[in-house]
Design a protein around this ligand. Structure first.
Ligand code: GLN
Length: 300
């Protein structure tokens, strides 16, 4: 049985954090301490790191009431990023709400590889399919100052969030946002040095076992990869080569069990050469790579 931790007599910041971490732990929340801190920093409008210097302060009754409300919503299943309205990803903080998938650390593997491949290029053209919050497109534009990025999304709601984030990080003038399905909104003559995507990849069979926090709160449009989870990779593989410059790369984030299937889909396209699969920080296969053969005809 879970037991609710005993309340202390004085609610200092230190006491609030201790109580809340233990409460979250008792509810099976993995990053209990971190989430208790993020929520309290949000209530007190300060940085998480600043809480330490303020340990002995006593928040007002109104602040405590606000914190209590957030704690209740967190325990009821709301992801902390939606409660505080932001999520750190790679080097930046992205504003998020239930219109977009919350950026995951796994996706930083894709951003790092994208930046490696872009480093030697001058004024490269980059395409991000299904941009969501914009975390990939914006991180790339922010780090590679001469890159021009195009970002598509089916959801006009998601594009609003992404555009807001692009403006926040001062890269809006180098990112073109297009509403539409994968490659459909692109001009047929567009050619890119690099195409990246973190498409929806959860299989229908996995849906029921997905964490309720994800399943019940994050946009299904951003997660549902069709019956076998591979629907978007099939379509991307089919169409991507014609939008790449010769020698250009495609980097696709995958679910950790999808490496073989996604490599096979790309290998079936004659213009593409499949490259190494990259692992995430947990050691799982996470990014499948391919290059357009330098000799492949650049048909339109
Ligand atoms: N990584 C996500 C998850 O938590 C899935 C993201 C996606 O479908 N692209 O399951």
């Amino acid at each position: 049985m879970n037991t609710t931790p005993q309340p202390p007599t004085t609610w200092t910041i230190a006491a609030l954090l201790k109580w809340t971490s233990e409460f979250f732990q008792s509810k099976g929340i993995e990053s209990a301490k971190r989430e208790a801190e993020l929520l309290l920093a949000h209530v007190l409008k300060c940085k998480r790191i600043e809480l330490i210097a303020r340990f002995q302060e006593q928040p007002t009754e109104a602040e405590r009431a606000h914190y209590r409300e957030l704690i209740q919503r967190r325990v009821a299943g709301w992801p902390v990023a939606y409660l505080i309205g932001s999520r750190e990803f790679y080097l930046l903080s992205f504003d998020v709400d239930p219109r977009v998938l919350i950026p995951r650390p796994d996706t930083e593997t894709l951003v790092l590889e994208a930046l490696n491949r872009l480093k030697p290029l001058t004024a490269p053209e980059v395409l991000d399919l299904g941009t969501g919050s914009g975390c990939i497109a914006i991180s790339i534009a922010h780090q590679k100052k001469d890159a021009r990025v195009t970002a598509t999304d089916l959801s006009p709601d998601a594009l609003e969030v992404a555009q807001h984030n692009a403006a926040k990080h001062q890269v809006a003038e180098r990112i073109t946002f297009l509403q539409g399905d994968l490659l459909a909104p692109l001009a047929p003559e567009s050619r890119f040095d690099l195409i990246v995507s973190n498409p929806p990849y959860v299989a229908g069979s996995e849906w029921a076992s997905l964490a309720p926090e994800i399943r019940d709160h994050e946009p299904r449009l951003a997660l549902d990869g069709g019956p076998d989870g591979l629907a978007f990779y099939r379509r991307i593989a089919q169409d991507v080569a014609r939008f790449l410059k010769p020698g250009g790369s495609v980097l696709l984030e995958i679910g950790s069990t999808q490496e073989t299937a996604v490599r096979a889909l790309l290998a079936a396209i004659p213009e593409l050469e499949v490259g190494p699969t990259l692992k995430d920080m947990g050691g799982h296969p996470r990014v499948v790579t391919a290059q357009k053969k330098p000799t492949a005809a650049n048909a339109s």
